[in-house]
Design a protein around this ligand. Structure first.
Ligand SMILES: Nc1ncnc2c1ncn2[C@@H]1O[C@H](COP(=O)(O)OP(=O)(O)OP(=O)(O)O)[C@@H](O)[C@H]1O
Length: 292
């Protein structure tokens, strides 16, 4: 698969605070990515840099092999921000008309279907919309743009669970028909686990892990048992988090476990369970371990 965007050694400092630190990231064609991180992890700063909104303090951004110049939006990119800057007096349809001018693959019949599906009145002014409806305007633009690279920063703000599920379903269906690269930056990790193929987990301005969701599912485990047994079992494994309770220990592991491991765990009276993406994320970030 070909690379459409690559960052290397990307850093953004605000005074002494490095919001993004020596970050490397590669986005490939036709993949849905999740960008996951706690509040303040640096997600918006990273997205603003790769879409030309703010300038890196150092490091490189390459789009389809060419350097992204200062202030330049990568070609065929649609960036739906967390805090959109729509003109409050404009009508929904006017915002869509404006957006359509920037996106060569814009699909009007699809945009109109989406307005119907989400029951969004195109004549309403932005200032008359609820927070959730305003998010929907951005979500519809992101979908109808069919941009080669679509980036959503917290697209679910203010949306109820039924609308979120509908959005994910339409996104996945449309992606199947029109493959492209989509980045979803969100806190709603378990929800997007069903949608994204690959994730970047970010903390304190840096990437802790980049991996495919299926691989994470296969590799992430939590182990509980006596502290002595856990210590023995994990001596040759990658432990991302430890929690001691009484005489027992809980350890979160990252790596494949084979039949031999399971037999050994059984002998040591250890319990092994898989982890949801949300739980894996929490352990990884709490443990602060970076996995190359
Ligand atoms: N313009 C700015 N001036 C100074 N510091 C900033 C600025 N923008 C961001 N920061 C700092 O950079 C860090 C990363 O912020 P950023 O908004 O990128 O995080 P985030 O992961 O998007 O968080 P959230 O999920 O809460 O939106 C934070 O410590 C934040 O305070």
């Amino acid at each position: 698969m070909s690379v459409i965007l690559e960052c290397s050694g990307l850093t953004k400092s605000y005074g002494k605070n490095e919001a993004v630190r020596h970050l490397n990231m590669t986005l490939e064609e036709n993949t849905i990515y999740g960008l996951l991180g706690r509040n303040g992890a640096g997600k918006t700063t990273l997205l603003n840099m790769i879409t030309g909104g703010i300038f890196p303090t150092s490091g490189l951004i390459e789009v389809s092999g060419s350097h992204l110049e200062r202030g330049e939006l990568p070609p065929e990119t649609c960036y739906i921000r967390e805090n959109n800057l729509y003109w409050r007096g404009a009508r929904v349809i006017e915002i869509l008309q404006f957006a359509s001018a920037f996106h060569p693959h814009w699909d009007w019949p699809f945009a109109k279907d989406l307005l119907n599906t989400f029951k969004l009145n195109p004549s309403k002014k932005i200032r008359q919309l609820s927070r959730g409806m305003e998010s929907l305007v951005g979500n519809i633009i992101g979908l109808a743009s069919r941009a080669r690279l679509t980036i959503y920063d917290e697209p679910m703000l203010g949306l109820d669970v039924l609308i979120r599920e509908k959005f994910y379903r339409i996104l996945v269906e449309d992606y199947a028909n029109y493959p492209r690269t989509i980045v979803l930056s969100t806190h709603l990790i378990d929800e997007i686990a069903k949608v994204v193929e690959s994730v970047y987990i970010m903390d304190a301005g840096t990437i802790l892990l980049h991996d495919d969701v299926d691989h994470i599912r296969e590799y992430s485990h939590v182990l509980t048992g006596s502290s002595e047994a856990v210590k023995q079992f994990t001596s040759d494994k990658l432990v991302i988090y430890n929690e001691i309770y009484g005489k027992g220990t809980l350890s979160a592991l990252y790596g494949a476990l084979g039949d031999k491991d399971r037999v050994q765990a059984n002998k040591l009276s250890l319990t092994i369970e898989g982890l949801t993406l949300q739980k894996f994320f929490s352990y990884l970030v709490e443990g602060g371990r970076r996995i190359e």
